[in-house]
Design a protein around this ligand. Structure first.
Ligand SMILES: Cc1cc2nc3c(=O)[nH]c(=O)nc-3n(C[C@H](O)[C@H](O)[C@H](O)COP(=O)(O)O)c2cc1C
Length: 337
């Protein structure tokens, strides 16, 4: 079997982490692919028609390979009226401060995975990566029939074993330092990225991608030496000029110090790592995912539009203070020089 870099035609063993919610613009994805890495489109929140547009938009900017990323289907139980009331009353003061009407749960809380996957198959990217769970054999077969490499996400060894048994081609081992959502589905030990990579390399046969807190060339070198085939970096690219990161988010990132990130379910109902702010401090009884995500959407959009970092999900990893501004190519070069 050829090494992953060769199979994907990469000159640099680095994956731009998929970052749903507007960060991974076609410009950012293409810039990383053009510079020799693997760009990824965070398509988890995109409608099928938006996925059909995003693929060609990246292709217009790069002949290189890229990944689309989805959230694996999950069972979701409708929240009770009482739980909804509690979640609404926690969000209400923020809505009042933003001059928004009181929060309401929209009819449509998440995208239909089957329809998203259909769009991915039509676009035909080099890679489909996914988080939050497993795909069924039919999904994997359809992807493999179109020669799309599959990448699952594990936060521990048992999840990695399950993905390997499913026939997934490659596995992201996500350490506890990672920014954004925790990508697994079993109990999460928030493992050290390097230790997790080393342990997985001893038991998992498929190629591994290490993720979580990788901010420097030394960090990348260390995970490759520990047995990873590629390093996946998210936070390092948040301040790239090509990224869709909003102005208040960028400002908060620039000011962030080591120790400023926390794990929270406040914004989406799923645990994620981001910079502390007022919304995280005040929201203690979120609905489960994806309902809380839908309930907070209006607040987050208004916050981004009115420069209010206190109500935004400021996803960032523990390495945030080492982040820098620059073009994606410059940032990639700082990670692999
Ligand atoms: C803003 C942001 C959004 C993210 N969105 C996704 C996503 O849509 N899908 C996914 O698989 N991982 C997502 N992640 C997690 C990354 O894939 C990766 O695990 C993480 O960025 C690695 O840690 P680092 O941020 O310290 O580099 C996101 C991370 C960030 C920072």
């Amino acid at each position: 079997m050829l090494p992953l870099t060769q199979r994907l035609g990469l000159r640099v063993p680095i994956v731009l982490a998929p970052m749903a919610g507007g960060v991974s613009t076609p410009d950012l994805v293409a810039a990383v692919s053009n510079a020799g890495g693997l760009g990824s489109v965070g398509a988890g929140y995109l409608k099928p028609e938006q996925i059909r547009e995003a693929g060609p938009a990246v292709r217009r900017l790069t002949p290189g390979p890229f990944a689309l990323n989805l959230f694996a289907p999950q069972s979701a139980v409708e929240p009770t009226q009482a739980a909804l009331q509690r979640a609404v009353s926690e969000l209400s003061p923020f809505h009042t401060a933003l001059n928004l009407p009181p929060p309401t749960l929209p009819q449509h809380v998440s995208e239909d995975f089957e329809a998203q996957l259909e769009a991915v198959l039509e676009v035909g990217p080099a890679v489909l990566s996914f988080a939050f769970g497993r795909l069924n054999p039919g999904h994997l077969e359809a992807l493999h029939a179109r020669r799309i490499l599959t990448i699952g996400t594990a936060t521990g060894l048992e999840e990695a074993r399950q993905l390997e048994a499913d026939g997934v081609d490659t596995i992201v081992m996500q350490g506890g330092a990672a920014g954004g959502h925790r990508g697994g589905w079993l109990a999460d030990e928030l493992a050290d990225t390097l230790a997790l990579t080393r342990a997985a390399a001893q038991t998992i046969r498929v190629p591994l991608i290490a993720a979580g807190g990788l901010m420097t060339a030394a960090d990348v070198r260390a995970v490759l030496d520990a047995g990873a085939s590629l390093a996946q970096c998210g936070t390092a690219f948040l301040r790239a000029v090509e990224a869709g990161t909003s102005a208040p988010y960028r400002e908060a990132l620039a000011k962030a110090k080591a120790g400023d990130t926390v794990l929270t379910r406040a914004f989406s109902g799923r645990t994620a790592r981001g910079l502390k702010n007022a919304a995280i401090a005040e929201i203690g009884q979120p609905l489960p995912y994806p309902f809380q995500n839908a309930l907070t959407r209006q607040m987050r959009a208004a916050g981004a539009a009115t420069n209010r970092a206190d109500v935004l999900s400021l996803w960032a990893g523990e390495g945030v203070a080492q982040g820098r501004e620059g073009t994606a190519a410059q940032i990639l070069e700082s990670l692999w020089s």
